[in-house]
Design a protein around this ligand. Structure first.
Ligand SMILES: *[C@@H]1O[C@H](CO)[C@@H](O)[C@H](O)[C@H]1NC(C)=O
Length: 188
């Protein structure tokens, strides 16, 4: 999902293999790739053998071994930690408000090493634009947390529905908003 590249370096001149310790899978031997996953690739430059993993995912986390076929064998171990950003909207997954009230939806993105370039809000699938009493803002609150806020001033019945916070390249989160015609008497 992410366009991240994880690169390791070793400096040796013997035959070099990269092994994933989790399942003892041999990933590469010299320039050859032995895993049926195109995200893995070895880059060779002089005495540097770099294991590249594209679009790194949480399941890639773990220990990787670089092994050199000297006698005796030499190994170097590298621990790869993968941090996966989490998106959620603060509060209950369903929200009930009276018409005329101000609604504030807060979308919190944690464990994100970089601020998402943008956060889009959707209402029942359509992009929410900052018009007609709707206002959006984004704030980086600390080194791994971003909060996107959508404010709906004087909510009306037609503002009911599914609101989704979609940060670029990350998981989305949704909340179901119900705007109730609170105290309006039902006279016929
Ligand atoms: C709200 O919309 C999102 C995105 O389309 C969808 O994944 C989610 O299931 C919807 N939630 C509800 C309660 O309908």
């Amino acid at each position: 999902m992410h366009e991240l590249f994880i690169t390791f370096f070793v400096f040796f001149c013997q035959q070099v293999s990269w092994i994933r310790k989790r399942d003892s899978h041999i990933l590469t031997v010299d320039r050859y790739t032995f895993i049926a996953d195109e995200r893995f690739q070895v880059l060779h430059n002089g005495d540097t053998w770099t294991l590249q993993i594209k679009f790194v995912q949480s399941r890639d986390a773990g220990v990787y071994e670089c092994q050199v076929t000297t006698e005796p064998k030499m190994s170097q171990f590298v621990q790869l930690d993968v941090v996966v950003p989490q998106t959620k909207i603060i509060g209950e997954s369903e929200l009930f408000v009276k018409s005329g009230s101000t609604v504030q939806l807060k979308c919190i993105i944690t464990q994100s090493l970089e601020q998402p370039p943008y956060i889009f809000w959707y209402h029942d699938g359509g992009r929410v634009v900052s018009l007609n009493g709707k206002h959006q803002s984004v704030e980086r609150v600390n080194s791994d947390t971003t909060i996107g806020v959508l404010v709906i001033k004087s909510a009306e019945k037609r503002d009911s529905g599914n609101f989704t916070c979609a940060p670029s390249n990350l998981d989305a989160a949704s909340v179901l908003l119900h705007v109730l015609n609170g105290k309006v008497p039902n006279l016929k």
